[in-house]
Design a protein around this ligand. Structure first.
Ligand code: LMR
Length: 327
C-alpha cells in the first residue's frame, strides 16, 4: 500500500514535470547578415545552424536572415541590443561607432598578407579587440575571413593618380574616406545591397570589395578593370549581445563557442577557395587585371601610408605597432 502510494506520487510528479520539460522552448538565435547564402559568411551561418541544432537538439533553434533581409550592417548592432536578433557578422570596417580601435583593420597596406592578419587576430591585442565593444553591450565571438579587397573601375587604376576624381562606393569607414581623399577621389559610404543599383545608375564610378562579393554583385558587368593592390582585407567579426550571451546556460554557451571555433576554420578555408574561384570566373568573363610594377606599388605606399598617422590617436600607436609586428 505504502509502495502504491509512493508510485502514485512519483507518477503524479512525472506527469506534472514532463509537459513542463516538453514545453520549454528552444533558445532562438536569429543570425542576420548582408551577403548571399553561398558566400563564405553565408555558408558559415548555415554550418553554425546545422551544428548547433544537431548538437544542442531541442535546446537551440537558429534562424538565418541573409541578403540584408532583416538589417543592414550599420543597423545590426542596434538590432542585437534591442533583442531583434541574437547574432550578426558585419565587416570589421563597420564598427567605428562602437570602437575606434577597430579601425586598425582598415589602415591601408598595414598587413603584408592574410597570414599576418590572422597572426594579429590571434595575438593578445587582436583577441582583446573582440571585447573592445563590451561597454556598449556588444561581444565579439570570433573573426571570419572573406578576402583581399580588389579595386574596380571602368578604367585601369595603376597609379594613385589614375583614381583622381573617381567616385568610390565604400563601406562605412572613415579610414576609407581618407584613403580615397588622399588620391583625389571621393568615397561614398553605402550599404552593400545598394551596390548594384549604384553602379547601374552611374552614381559611382569605382568600388573595392572581395572577389566573392564582386562575383555575387556582378561588379564585372559594370567595371572591367580590376586592381589587386592588397591594401586591405575584408573580414568579419561575429558578434552577439553581451547580455544575451552571458544569460545562456553555461553548457549551451560552451558548446556554441566550440561550434563557432570549428565553423571559423571551415569559413576561412572556404573564403580562400572562393577568392580564387570568383577571381577566375570574373577574369574569364573578359575583365582585365591591371598589372602593377614595383614602382606603382611604391607610389601607392607613399600615397596611402600617411593615413596611419591621421588615425594614430583614435586607434592607438601601440595597437598599430602590434599589428605591424605580425608582418
Ligand atoms: C560590403 O559592405 O561591401 C561588405 O562589408 C559586405 C560583406 O558583408 O561582405
Amino acid at each position: 500500500m505504502r509502495f502504491l502510494s509512493f508510485l502514485t506520487i512519483a507518477v503524479l510528479i512525472a506527469s506534472v514535470m514532463a509537459p513542463a520539460a516538453h514545453a520549454a522552448e528552444p533558445i532562438l538565435i536569429r543570425f542576420s547578415h548582408v551577403t548571399s547564402e553561398n558566400s563564405p559568411k553565408g555558408q558559415g551561418a548555415v554550418m553554425f545552424k546545422r551544428l548547433a541544432e544537431e548538437r544542442l537538439a531541442g535546446k537551440v533553434k537558429v534562424e538565418i536572415y541573409p541578403n540584408s533581409q532583416k538589417f543592414d550592417d550599420n543597423q545590426a548592432p542596434l538590432g542585437l541590443l534591442f533583442g531583434d536578433i541574437e547574432m550578426a557578422a558585419p565587416s570589421l570596417s563597420k564598427f567605428r561607432a562602437y570602437s575606434k580601435k577597430m579601425q586598425v583593420f582598415d589602415l591601408p597596406l598595414l598587413f603584408s598578407d592574410i597570414d599576418a592578419l590572422h597572426r594579429f587576430q590571434q595575438s593578445r591585442a587582436g583577441k582583446a579587440l573582440l571585447d573592445s565593444m563590451i561597454t556598449r553591450g556588444i561581444k565579439g565571438l570570433t573573426y571570419w575571413d572573406n578576402g583581399p579587397r580588389v579595386i574596380s573601375a571602368k578604367r585601369a587604376i595603376k597609379q594613385p593618380a589614375d583614381a583622381k576624381r573617381l567616385v568610390f562606393r565604400i563601406e562605412a569607414s572613415a579610414v576609407f574616406q581618407e584613403q580615397y581623399a588622399r588620391v583625389g577621389a571621393v568615397g561614398i559610404e553605402m550599404p552593400f545591397k545598394r551596390l548594384p543599383d549604384a553602379m547601374k545608375e552611374g552614381l559611382i564610378s569605382a568600388q573595392e570589395n572581395a572577389w566573392s562579393n564582386i562575383r555575387s554583385m556582378q561588379v564585372h558587368k559594370f567595371h572591367n578593370h580590376f586592381t589587386e593592390l592588397g591594401h586591405s582585407y575584408l573580414g568579419y567579426m561575429v558578434i552577439t549581445s553581451a547580455a544575451f550571451w552571458n544569460g545562456l546556460p553555461a553548457d549551451v554557451r560552451t558548446q556554441l563557442e566550440a561550434i563557432l571555433k570549428e565553423v571559423t576554420d571551415k569559413v576561412n578555408s572556404l573564403a580562400a577557395e572562393q577568392a580564387l574561384s570568383a577571381r577566375q570566373e570574373v577574369l574569364q568573363s573578359g575583365a582585365k587585371l591591371v598589372e602593377l610594377s614595383e614602382a606603382d606599388r611604391r607610389a601607392w605606399r607613399d600615397a596611402l601610408t600617411p593615413v596611419w598617422k591621421r588615425f594614430e590617436n583614435e586607434i592607438g600607436s601601440d595597437l598599430i605597432s602590434a599589428a605591424r609586428a605580425s608582418n
